[in-house]
Design a protein around this ligand. Structure first.
Ligand code: MN
Length: 296
């Protein structure tokens, strides 16, 4: 919070000719948080929005500063004010200690292969309490700039893994502005409730299989970092026979539920390797992430 306050104050003094910081406590639905609002009458937000991306900077330390605010805080909103200038509101919620993992029934595996030296794909696997978050991220294009965009997105997701999926996407949208941009699909599991929530923007494929069927997941077109729409959330049941496969566009999508059958007996990491071997293309970075029930 000290670093965030200092970055915002620095922005006001250096770039907006002054302004106000307003600190308040939040009490909402049984949780507590801290909010900082930054108000100014400076030159506006056009470049400031871009500057949220790490490394982007029109003048000195500005870009890194707002990038840090986005990374460190749970929520960040930036708006133009009617009278000119900018309003920035950021919030951080108090967390209980991260819940210890309880009896996870899930088995995770991922396999990734770069087209060239730097992999422009990335993935995330996190578990806590009775929850897990997994995702596949594809930086646009390939090579160093794609790798950089994907890494910015992954760092944001890892720092905000327990936030609602819609908010994680908004944060990645801000964090990736000024980069090549990424496409991303995330799944959040709650195995006590036997459900999985899927969200995807762009062309990372999400396949959720159960009993030989592929269940439909809603996807939005767009690139995070380049005015992506908010994702649509799809909630599906997760049973003992469910299986999820996420893959970047470096993996062919021309296969159906019937092809999963021979892979059903494999552990998740062996299955991810098998899908990549069978369906990976050599023309792009390729990543497969598999979630299954643990085989007893
Ligand atoms: Mn790709």
């Amino acid at each position: 919070m000290v670093l965030v306050a200092s970055e915002l104050a620095t922005n006001l003094v250096k770039y907006a000719g002054g302004g106000r910081l307003i600190f308040s406590t939040l009490h909402e639905a049984g949780r507590k948080g801290l909010q900082i609002e930054s108000l100014d009458e400076g030159p506006g937000i056009a470049d400031l929005r871009k500057s949220v991306c790490d490394g982007y900077s029109t003048a000195g330390s500005l870009g890194v500063g707002l990038g840090a605010v986005n990374r460190l805080m749970d929520e960040l909103k930036i708006r133009a004010r009617a009278k000119g200038g900018m309003k920035l509101v950021c919030r951080k919620w108090l967390r209980e200690a991260v819940l210890p993992l309880v009896n996870s029934p899930l088995d995770f595996g991922a396999a990734s292969r770069a087209k060239a030296e730097d992999n422009g794909d990335d993935f995330v696997i996190k578990q806590w309490g009775a929850h897990a978050l997994v995702g596949v991220i594809d930086g646009c294009g390939h090579g160093t700039l794609a790798h950089r965009a994907a890494r910015i997105a992954r760092h944001y997701v890892e720092g905000h893994f327990d936030r609602p999926l819609g908010e994680i996407f908004s944060g990645v949208e801000l964090a990736c502005q000024g980069s090549r941009g990424v496409v991303m699909a995330l799944l959040r599991f709650n195995w006590m409730q036997g459900e999985v929530i899927a969200a995807s923007v762009g062309n990372v494929e999400v396949r959720i299989f159960d009993a030989g069927q592929s269940l439909p997941v809603r996807v939005r077109r767009g690139i995070l970092g380049v005015h992506a729409p908010r994702p649509l959330l799809t909630t599906l049941p997760w049973t003992r026979t469910s299986m999820a496969v996420l893959f970047s566009d470096g993996v062919s999508s021309r296969w159906g539920p019937e092809e999963v059958v021979p892979w059903a007996g494999l552990k998740a990491d062996a299955m991810a390797q098998a899908v990549l071997r069978a369906r990976g293309k050599t023309s792009d970075d390729a990543t497969v992430l598999v979630v299954k029930q643990k085989i007893p």
